[in-house]
Design a protein around this ligand. Structure first.
Ligand SMILES: Nc1ncnc2c1ncn2[C@@H]1O[C@H](COP(=O)(O)OP(=O)(O)O)[C@@H](O)[C@H]1O
Ligand SMILES: [Mg+2]
Length: 380
């Protein structure tokens, strides 16, 4: 019962009005109990003296009747006098109880208001203490959730700026160093020096492209053209597109599909992008003479794509972060391998989830190869 009352602000307000009225009435009754007799006594004493005088002048019956009238009017006078005091006491009690209740109702609202002000001043760690279960407490709980999200977004923004600045610094330092070397004549003006500079500007270009794509994907500022896509066509396109790079690095790429045709509900271009990304990574992190395989199978009402490689693998402590933006297991190795900035998997993660699938990574550990898997909803 008390839980029910506690969870409803309207009922609480109604009951508090009721309590204020009851307190007023009770105080009025008690006060009048004390005030009426004493006021009546005082008034009767006054008229008693007057009446004694009248009777002394021998006005018999007429005097008795007017005595009753005087008694009634005295009673009325004394009653109103008593009521005045009692009502005063009742009003004071009602105001006190009213203030107490309204403070209790207003206090959490004030807390939310103060917290809002704090957050708009940039203190994103502000939270409201939630007590009870009524609408105001729910508002406070929702407010806390919102504050938590804002804090998350704010820290992500800070981290992103820090990460981007860090990513830009390395190639810029190399370019600047090479240019200074050229200008001072320390570095020879050879094609090697120029191609070094070219490689770094290329890296910057890639980074900017990746960042642009990431911001588009994270803000969902892109259209998905979801339709029925034939899985064997999808696999054939990707294998053909990446075939040359595999041949160049002498890594074999194999693929396998179930015998019966499979149709997934997906955006073909985006599905190709995800596969290209995962298979491209597998190639990048697999040394020559290694193997990469793409296996598609039917699991429940989903198509499961498995990209396995025999490459460098991922130590278990890194697996949980592999889809975070800018996350690279080994930054220097990634740079030497011509790797990107750790955004590719973040984009793939977003794209898979936007199409109603899941993505995950497995690895037995360093140099034990990796498996990247994702699902897409099946039509049949
Ligand atoms: N097939 C793989 N084998 C081993 N490590 C991988 C593989 N794919 C991704 N990684 C690790 O995950 C990190 C993030 O991948 P990704 O987002 O594609 O960034 P990058 O641009 O560095 O390739 C890589 O830096 C690498 O450390
Ligand atoms: Mg990559």
């Amino acid at each position: 019962m008390s839980d029910y009352i506690n969870s409803r602000l309207g009922l609480k307000l109604f009951l508090s009005y009721l309590v204020v009225i009851l307190v007023g009435v009770v105080v009025l009754l008690i006060a009048s109990q004390f005030a009426v007799p004493s006021a009546f006594g005082r008034h009767m004493m006054g008229t008693g003296m007057m009446m004694g005088n009248g009777q002394g002048q021998g006005q018999g019956q007429g005097a008795g009747q007017s005595g009753a009238q005087v008694g009634l009017s005295e009673f009325r006078l004394s009653f109103f006098e008593a009521l005045k005091y009692a009502a005063f006491a009742a009003i004071i009690a009602a105001v006190a109880v009213g203030i107490f209740f309204s403070r209790r109702v207003i206090a959490p609202l004030r807390a939310v208001m103060a917290a809002t002000q704090h957050i708009s001043d940039g203190h994103y760690d502000e939270r409201v203490h939630v007590d009870g279960a009524d609408e105001i407490s729910q508002l406070a709980a929702h407010f806390n959730q919102m504050a938590e999200k804002l804090e998350g977004v704010e820290s992500m923004r800070r981290r992103l700026i820090g990460d981007v600045a860090h990513e830009l610094r390395t190639p810029l330092t190399v370019i600047k160093g090479s240019m200074e070397g050229l200008m001072d004549g320390v570095l020879p003006a050879s094609s090697e020096t120029y191609s070094e500079i070219h490689r770094e500007t290329d890296r910057l270009n890639h980074l900017v492209d990746d960042l642009q794509e990431l911001s588009r994907v994270e803000a969902r500022a892109y259209q998905l053209d979801i339709r029925s896509v034939d899985v064997s066509n999808l696999v054939a396109t990707v294998v053909k597109r990446l075939g040359h790079q595999f041949d160049d690095k002498r890594v074999t790429l194999t693929s396998s599909l179930p015998r019966d045709p499979m149709q997934v509900l997906a955006d073909e271009g985006r599905a190709i992008q995800i596969l290209t990304n995962l298979i491209g990574n597998a190639l990048q992190y697999t040394p020559s003479d290694g193997q990469v395989s793409l296996d598609v199978s039917r699991v429940g009402n989903e198509a499961q794509f498995l990209v396995k490689d025999t490459g460098v693998g991922i130590p278990p402590e890194h697996l949980a972060h592999i889809f975070d933006r800018f996350y690279r297991v080994d930054k220097s190795r990634s740079r030497q391998n011509g790797g990107g900035s750790g955004i590719g998997l973040t984009i793939a993660h977003h794209l898979v989830e936007a199409q109603g699938g899941r993505i995950w990574a497995e690895s037995a550990g360093e140099s034990k190869g990796s498996v990247f898997a994702f699902t897409l909803p099946l039509i049949k």
